[in-house]
Design a protein around this ligand. Structure first.
Ligand SMILES: NC(=O)c1cnc(OC2CCCC2)nc1N
Length: 321
């Protein structure tokens, strides 16, 4: 009875988590969710040997490490080249169309957070790591588990890696700085710094309270799992239960890319999270492979960066948050 009940509650809470944090579409009240979590924790308290790594109770933090261990990425985590205007965008497109005249692009919002690699083994989250220097990052699994939109289990046997951005929504950022202001502590300058500072905590109960979230945007083994385009890879991880950004758009040519950039320049301030540009990627995975990389950045992707915001706006934000 009790063990079956425990399994039943875990299934329910993981489903509610997915609906609330990944789909932004809660189906139960917070009270009902909390009641089930209490019941789960009391059963696990009575039977600690029944606690599994993917239990929803493992998301509330509580682990305090004495230091970070290092993780070597199986594939380098690349950074991105930057462009700043339409002319440079055309140069990027001209260079690619020399080889692939009918190239199609995927445009993604450039989430202003910190890059993360999530590695799953036989369907369970094995570890999460920061980018670090691109080859060696820090193991931040204890904090990654507190991000409710990151699944602790996926329906996939064997090894699977997915990469994305951990970020702090504007709402969480403003609330955090309000609390710090009240406590007379130093304010975070921006959500990216606040997110980075939060995932670098050794005590995961702190990260658990920071309201962090994540968008996933890269599947290193996309071709191996049968995807031929980057868009298919994004659809693939969405089906696995990962949170992907809803504004992503496939563009048939660079004119559509520029139109998307202008549209998002307008909408930027209305988004619930900060972005610092648009990432433009060649959609065809074979073209990506053939185009390759320079020293550390892909030739098949570029980040269009918005002009730095007026310093006045920045100061206003800090003073009036
Ligand atoms: N900050 C972002 O939102 C973001 C960053 N990077 C990438 O893709 C890079 C990753 C390696 C080659 C392309 N996509 C993004 N959306």
């Amino acid at each position: 009875m009790t063990f079956e009940r425990l399994e039943e509650i875990k299934k329910l809470l993981n489903e509610y988590n997915y609906q609330y944090y990944v789909l932004d579409n809660p189906t139960v009240s917070d009270q009902e969710y909390d009641r089930l979590m209490q019941e789960l924790q009391s059963i696990e308290m009575a039977h600690p040997e029944w606690i599994t790594a993917d239990s929803p109770s493992q998301r509330v933090g509580g682990q305090v490490l004495d230091s970070f261990t290092k993780v070597t990425h199986q594939r380098m985590m690349l950074s991105l080249g930057n462009i700043f205007n339409e002319d440079e965008l055309r140069e990027f497109d001209d260079r690619i169309r020399e080889t692939y005249p009918n190239v199609e692009y995927v445009c993604e919002l450039k989430i202003d957070g910190l890059a993360v690699s999530l590695v799953y083994a036989d369907g369970h989250l094995d570890y999460g790591a920061t980018r670090g220097d691109g080859t060696v990052g820090e193991d931040i699994t204890h904090n990654v588990k507190t991000i409710k939109s990151i699944p602790l289990t996926i329906d996939y046997d064997g090894d699977f890696e997915v990469r994305g951005e951990i970020y702090m929504p504007k709402k969480s950022f403003n609330e955090l700085n309000r609390q710090r202001e009240e406590a007379g502590e130093a304010l975070f300058a921006n959500p990216r710094n606040a997110a980075a500072g939060s995932v670098r905590q050794l005590d995961s109960t702190i990260a658990a309270k920071r309201g962090l979230d994540a968008f996933l945007y890269m599947v290193p083994t996309a071709a191996e799992v049968g995807c031929t385009t980057h868009k298919e890879a994004l659809d693939y991880i969405k089906k696995l239960g990962f949170k992907t950004n809803p504004m992503t758009r496939v563009c048939q040519n660079i004119q559509e890319v520029w139109a998307f950039i202008l549209e998002m320049t307008e909408k930027r301030q209305t988004l619930p999270y900060e972005i610092d540009g648009i990432v433009i990627k060649v959609n065809n995975l074979e073209y990506q492979e053939r185009l390759g990389y320079t020293a550390k950045v892909p030739k098949w992707a570029i980040a269009y960066k918005f002009p730095a915001e007026e310093v006045v706006t920045k100061l206003k934000d800090i003073i009036f948050t």
